[in-house]
Design a protein around this ligand. Sequence first.
Ligand code: NAP
Length: 293
Amino acid sequence: MTDATEGTGATGATGDDRPLLAGVMGWPVKHSRSPLLFGHWFAEHAIPGAYVRLAVREADFAEVFRALPKAGFRGVNVTLPHKISALALADQATETARAIGAANTVTFGADGRSHADNTDGYGFIENIRENAPGWDPDVGPALVLGAGGAARAVVHALLEAGVPGLRLANRTRERAEALAGPYGDRVEVVDWAARAAACDGASLIVNTTSLGMTGQPPLEIALDAAPSFAVVSDLVYAPLETALLAEARRGGLTAVDGLGMLLHQARPGFRAWFGADPAVTPALRAAALEGRP
Ligand SMILES: NC(=O)c1ccc[n+]([C@@H]2O[C@H](COP(=O)([O-])OP(=O)(O)OC[C@H]3O[C@@H](n4cnc5c(N)ncnc54)[C@H](OP(=O)(O)O)[C@@H]3O)[C@@H](O)[C@H]2O)c1
């Protein structure tokens, strides 16, 4: 694998006579909202494209991945459990995907070569900038709760955005330490039990754990120590209004739900594969929530 420029779009749409075809690979993948987003953008941009769900078992991933360019695919989004394998199999990868250790967006060039990127961190930051425009990364450290796959993207994006420091708390401390390691003293691991105290002075507090999702216990954290300018963000988007966000709003803090991250992370793929810059709008949010219980 070699380096690729950030956001590599391989070919774009101009002068490319391949089918207007892309998809999402996962196992399971039937829950994926991506076809709704792409369908909305195809209609908005009058692009006669197709975006399909590809349910692929882990054992079959490499074979299917390698066959996609020959089947006419311009690119794929990759979701669990394939994000690490996609990075390993790609011919090229952005520095971002390498730093995170996983890919969620793969672009196939007309020559069949694959370019891997990770746009989760981009989606996260764009969502914050859109819904908390007053947030200034310089003002104070960020507190990130959780150290799983999503946390890796969020930590990387926040450090790139210029936060002066980052506090990381995870139930399993060793996992936080492993994530923090490569970033040296820019990331301070704090005990899970000390998460409320770690809100002191934080400009941004982010839940990247699965706590608060429908069917999971809520994330319990007192926000009293958070400064009045703090932004509280939850990656969970089912439900949209988690107990964490409700508590933030009660305390007068700015609260940002997780749906916007899901929508924004899909934009670079659409741009690279179909040559149009899609927007995140209220109509797209409604489309993404369609059919949800
Ligand atoms: N909005 C978006 O676009 C977007 C994108 C990606 C992910 N997400 C959401 O982010 C969440 C995490 O996803 P992921 O892929 O990072 O999952 P993951 O890799 O499985 O990580 C799960 C995280 O949650 C923590 N956790 C789970 N149960 C817990 C409990 N009972 N108490 C305390 N901590 C607990 C885990 O801590 P341990 O390490 O101690 O197990 C770990 O930090 C999910 O809700 C996912 O839907 C949203």
